[in-house]
Design a protein around this ligand. Structure first.
Ligand code: AMP
Length: 480
């Protein structure tokens, strides 16, 4: 189906074709005609489905009759308001409006916290038709009488589930109270739970429900694996993984701001050019880090969940969960950074024993089994050098976990061996042979061990591969 069949104006069709889009995505096919017809909408659309254009295009079309070049602020009241949970998402939604509306004399602005408010005040005072905002900063601007919302005709609540997670509901309720009741309201959420449904029932009127993908499903094209590994070995393992799989652009998620910094330092020490973004960084620093990652100046971006929403990085090939998120829904958002708009992607999770429950919760949510890396299927190259000192006494196979949840015993992790396995698991061409069971010893090593891998999975003989490390408290949930 061509875009033209959706009833979009020629000026929008030209902008779409300039973007290289040839046909609408599933969500766009469904949602654009419904928004154009004036209905309220609740749309379940996972990240990367093209949902932003799904609401931006019909909103621009509805605003066409109001397009004008007058200098008078009175001729440019806010007519469409898009609320997003994070600054990054707000900036991206704004960019989409600019791209799709480039041929139309409509004014669009974005406001979010963490940056100087003065330029935002000026822009709003001059008047804008389309305003993209995070809730906190918008309320500040309303209180300071820089903007009025009494002429809003269309409201979009983007990433509604995230809004709930981040505690924005009181702010949203305040903003809703400032809008005219006879408006059109659209709610987009990647995941739907009872809370989101309650929220949508509270302010949408007889909404059309649109479900572009399975509820809480993850993109089909994303290959997902879980690598069962102790906390203490995760950092070294990660370095090996990136090097040996030659991953060139990787987004890595951690749970805490401090953990983000530590990991970025470790990766930079291993000569992997890494930037970190989290809520303690200034907006300027976050934008710069993101730009450097997008344009290839840095190879790795380590981020807290703040980056999980809305970041649109074209063809991001790989996402790694250094730690699983506490909420299974955040997993969907995290890995949604890869496999966008029909491209394939790889999502790797490093899972320590304490995180197994989280992994199971994720599988329940996405209704899909995530492939565990199983030591029994371990593959080694035919010529593995190993020195005697690298050989550990055999570790008893744990019975506590089901085979699919078994953690790799330290005897198996002898430097290159796990890498051989990884390469194989990534379907790269490496000469390998399968071991029926984990070897109790490996052939004698004749060369020196590789620094990153050798230190990797060495544990004291008494170690029971259970880490006592507790997650930090300062999880990154802020914004606006
Ligand atoms: P979103 O889910 O809105 O974040 O969009 C994900 C990506 O899909 C963005 O990079 C868009 O530019 C891209 N995109 C949106 N619509 C289309 C389309 N119809 N065809 C190809 N790419 C698209």
């Amino acid at each position: 189906m061509p875009f033209a069949a959706l009833g979009l104006a020629q000026t929008l069709l030209t902008a779409i074709s300039d973007q290289g889009y040839t046909e609408p995505t599933d969500i766009q096919k469904q949602v654009i005609p419904v928004i154009l017809s004036g209905h309220d909408v609740t749309a379940c659309a996972q990240t990367g489905t093209g949902k932003t254009a799904g609401f931006a295009l019909p909103i621009l079309q509805k605003m066409l009759p109001h397009a004008n070049t007058s200098a008078s602020p009175a001729r440019h009241p806010v007519r469409a308001l898009v609320l997003t949970p994070t600054r990054e998402l707000a900036a991206q939604v704004y960019q989409s409006f600019l791209l799709y509306g480039k041929n139309i004399p409509l004014r669009c602005a974005v406001v979010y916290g963490g940056v100087n408010i003065a330029p935002q005040q000026q822009i709003l005072k001059a008047g804008v038709e389309i305003l993209v905002a995070t809730p906190g900063r918008l309320i500040d601007l309303v209180e300071q009488k820089n903007v009025r919302l009494s002429q809003v005709q269309v409201l979009v609540l983007d990433e509604a589930d995230r809004m709930l997670d981040m505690g924005f509901i009181p702010d949203i309720k305040r903003i809703l109270g400032l809008l005219p009741p006879n408006r059109q309201s659209l709610l987009f959420s990647a995941t739907f739970n009872d809370e989101v449904t309650k929220l949508s029932n509270s302010f949408l009127q007889q909404p059309k429900r649109i479900e572009a993908s399975n509820r809480n499903a993850t993109a089909e094209l994303i290959e997902q694996t879980a690598w069962l590994i102790d906390t203490e070995h995760k950092q070294s393992f990660l370095v090996s993984l990136i090097n040996k799989l030659n991953l060139q652009q990787v987004l890595i998620f951690t749970r805490t701001r401090q953990g983000t910094n530590q990991l970025a330092t470790r990766l930079n020490r291993a000569r992997l050019n890494t930037q970190a973004i989290h809520g303690d960084k200034t907006q300027q620093a976050r934008m710069e880090a993101l730009d450097q990652f997008k344009n290839g100046q840095s190879r790795i971006l380590v981020a807290t969940d703040i980056a999980a929403r809305g970041l649109d990085i074209q063809e991001l090939p790989c996402v790694i969960n250094f730690e699983l998120p506490n909420s299974a829904e955040d997993y969907v958002h995290r890995i949604g950074r890869t496999g966008r708009a029909g491209a394939s992607g790889l999502a790797i999770s490093l899972v320590c024993p304490e995180e197994l429950k989280l992994l199971e919760d994720i599988e329940k949510l996405i209704k899909r089994k995530i492939e565990r890396q199983d030591p029994e299927k371990f593959l080694v190259p035919e010529t593995i050098p190993a020195s005697k000192k690298d050989v550990q006494p055999p570790v008893e196979q744990k019975k506590a976990h089901s085979p699919s949840n078994r953690f790799i015993p330290s005897t198996v992790f002898q430097g290159e061996t796990e890498i051989a396995w990884l390469l194989q698991s990534s379907r790269l061409n490496l000469k390998t042979k399968t071991l029926q069971s984990a070897p109790s010893t490996l052939p004698p090593r004749t060369t020196t061990k590789q620094p990153e891998t050798a230190a990797l999975f060495r544990k004291p003989a008494h170690s029971k591969h259970v880490s006592t490390q507790k997650p930090e408290k300062n999880t990154d949930k802020i914004d606006s």
